[in-house]
Design a protein around this ligand. Structure first.
Ligand code: CA
Length: 671
């Protein structure tokens, strides 16, 4: 009787980031744990549900918070394939222990750095002889304060779309949307961006997901709350579970939140890599690369031996390292000619990326080669052949599920590929969740409505700038994005012939150059063609020859998701400052540009602004553009040599246009 009269111990505990500005508060009120987030005392996440249900215990109710242990964690690490080459991670870790029926049940492990939260559950064995469990669902949820709006990408239905290849993270985002919706009825894919009115931003994602768990998605409830959900049971034809098998004691992957008053920490976050560990050693140094690929403008029919030879010559002329030999090479080129192609490429200093269908039993995509990458026996024999040819990497396509069984396949492909010295690019795939650090030969992934959709329809071309102004704030913040863009074609057809059928590009050539900087991917396949050597402006082609794909640093400058974006990236001592604009009106961005000599690529809006901003040198382009005109062929883009003594610059970007400052030298060079 006396015991019952005592007040509950613990009840509420908290952990703050190293600078004390971000605080996560954990509460066990009513036996159902919750967490809430404040930044500078402002609420960004209202008390939201935690816990998970397993077949050996329901850890969503009847839980008691028995205490918290807090310590500091730090990690200085380097990953060449991400937005920064070296990261100095500093965080506080709180291990919140919960008991049920007087026994340890779960730990909630929360790491809080300046602007990032990563948390996961550790599940204990309820009995000494319990070694495994089935995680049936998570209660993990997100309740935002009133006035929050969303920038979300709907999850796709299972076994739908092209040849029953979905879900593959290829849908249109909706920006500035209200809460209380659920996409197309299937929730949303990570990462998910929310705006807390004028107070700031929250980016949700996951990391550290591999074959020990499944990928999650976000379900939107009518009351405006969100909940983490497992994959849809109907994915991959209903094969494989949508629940999770977990060895206990064992941990779930990390759920991450990036929280900030402004967008800089969202764009610059490294949380996806801060809390994961390399799963194996790189078998060799995996270099960054730029490449061409015929498929994006010439499609299936041109994966032929003569056309691939042309693209080898084209990549060589561009100084690029690779070509991507896309779908159907198995039947249209054949293995014998692939060996000749690899040999010819080698003689030109070019290596191959080679495409595979991931299939399996999970899609109807007719493109081959099929049924090789899905099994260890066939996959390893194939990879031995690729290694013999000196192939640089593989592109594996059409996965179509976030189930645990499919996450295991991604890892199995990566592990084997590393053994044979191959880099991996995934398409038709899930969001990579921390994979750059976990798997050193993981190079990039699609998981976005990529450049192919610009080819497939005018609607996506009309929205190109809008989408491109979202990715640096959302999709590309947590993982490399193989968009396959930066086309200099005016029209999406094989010969760049505006009199023939094809989507018309609405964006400027400078926009195309800017996206080569804005979109981060260690391996890039640019949508340029051999014809661009003669039909595109020299200054644009020359820029594309030099643009790197490995970056040491990123600095967010300005922007708003879906409207405009500007950021700077550095490789070695070379800086690129780039921006694009999707808004109907011109946008002016202002920033400090360090002293030096630059190549300045611009779209003309207002001649006076351009003149005032830079000291012009060399030839002048005609200053005749109507800034509201959005047809690509009317842009008066150009390049100037700019001598800058240091200090502020202002750049005005027209709708569907862009700019890039490419640093040439620290010196002021006048010739
Ligand atoms: Ca695709």
């Amino acid at each position: 009787m006396l015991l019952l009269a005592l007040p509950m111990v613990a009840g509420e505990e908290r952990v703050a980031g190293p600078d004390g500005r971000m605080v996560v508060t954990v509460n066990d009120k009513g036996g159902a744990p919750t967490y809430g987030v404040t930044y500078d005392g402002v609420e960004f996440l209202s008390p939201s549900p935690l816990g998970l249900k397993t077949d050996v215990g329901d850890y969503t109710e009847g839980l008691t918070l028995t205490g918290v242990k807090i310590d500091a964690v730090s990690d200085d690490y380097s990953v060449p394939t991400i937005k920064v080459s070296t990261v100095h991670y500093r965080a506080n870790r709180g291990v919140f222990s919960f008991s049920k029926d007087g026994k340890p049940a779960i730990d909630l492990i929360i790491q809080v750095s300046a602007n990032d939260i990563a948390f996961r559950y550790k599940v204990y064995a309820p009995k000494a002889d319990t070694k495994v469990c089935v995680v049936k669902e998570e209660a993990t949820g997100y309740i935002f304060p009133d006035g929050t709006t969303s920038f979300l990408c709907p999850q796709m239905p299972p076994m739908a779309g092209f040849a029953r290849t979905t879900p593959s993270y290829e849908t249109d985002y909706k920006a500035d949307d209200t809460l209380g919706k659920n996409g197309d009825g299937f929730g949303y894919t990570f990462p998910c961006l929310f705006r807390n009115g004028d107070k700031g931003w929250v980016l949700l994602s996951e990391t550290g997901v591999n074959g020990t768990y499944c990928g999650g998605r976000l379900i939107g409830n009518p009351d405006g709350s969100y909940q983490l959900a497992f994959p849809m049971p109907e994915e991959i034809g209903g094969n494989g579970t949508s629940t999770v098998g977990l060895a206990v004691p064992g941990c779930t992957p990390w759920r991450t939140l990036t929280v900030a008053p402004d967008l800089k920490p969202i764009v610059e976050t490294t949380v996806a890599w801060d809390v994961v560990e390399p799963q194996y050693e790189a078998s060799q140094v995996y270099e960054p690369s730029r490449g061409s690929w015929s498929w994006i403008l010439k499609m299936d029919n041109n994966t032929t031996y003569p056309v691939q030879l042309q693209y080898v010559d084209f990549s060589a002329a561009m100084g690029w390292e690779t070509i991507l030999v896309d779908a159907l090479w198995d039947t249209q080129i054949g293995r014998e000619n692939m060996e000749k192609l690899a040999e010819y490429a080698k003689s030109k200093g070019v290596r191959l990326f080679v495409w595979y269908n991931s299939n399996g039993y999970w899609n109807d995509a007719p493109q081959g080669p099929r049924n090789i990458m899905n099994r260890s026996v066939t996959r390893r024999a194939e990879m031995a052949w690729l290694q013999k040819l000196g192939v640089k990497g593989i592109k594996v396509d059409f996965f179509g599920s976030d189930k645990q069984v499919m996450l295991q396949l991604y890892e199995d492909i990566l592990v084997d590929a590393n053994e044979f010295g191959l880099q991996c690019v995934f398409h038709g795939c899930t969001l990579p969740r921390g994979w750059e650090r976990m798997y050193p030969n993981f190079a990039s992934a699609e998981a976005v409505l990529a450049s192919e959709n610009l080819y497939f329809g005018q609607y996506r071309c009309d929205r190109e700038a809008f989408s491109a102004c979202l990715h640096p704030f959302i999709r590309n913040t947590v993982a490399a994005m193989d968009f396959g863009g930066s086309t200099l074609n005016k029209v999406y057809n094989p010969m760049n012939d505006v009199t023939k059928r094809g989507s018309i590009r609405r964006t400027s050539d400078v926009f195309a150059l800017a996206t080569a900087v804005l979109f981060q991917s260690y391996v890039q396949h640019f949508a340029m063609t051999p014809e661009n050597l003669t039909d595109a402006p020299d200054w644009a082609v020359n820029f594309m020859k030099a643009v790197p794909t490995q970056w040491d640093e990123v600095k967010f400058i300005d922007g708003y998701p879906g409207q405009y974006v500007s950021l700077a990236r550095r490789t070695g001592d070379k800086w690129y400052y780039a921006g694009i604009n999707a808004s109907p009106e011109s946008r002016t961005v202002e920033f400090d540009l360090p002293r030096g000599t630059y190549a300045f690529y611009y779209d003309i809006v207002d001649p006076a602004t351009v003149k005032a901003a830079v000291k012009l040198h060399g030839k002048k382009a005609p200053l005749t553009l109507n800034p509201r005109e959005t047809k690509a062929d009317t842009f008066q883009g150009g390049r100037h040599h700019v001598i800058h003594k240091g200090g502020k610059v202002k750049v005005t970007i027209p709708c569907n246009g862009g700019f890039v400052y490419e640093k040439l030298s620290d010196l002021l060079i006048y010739d």
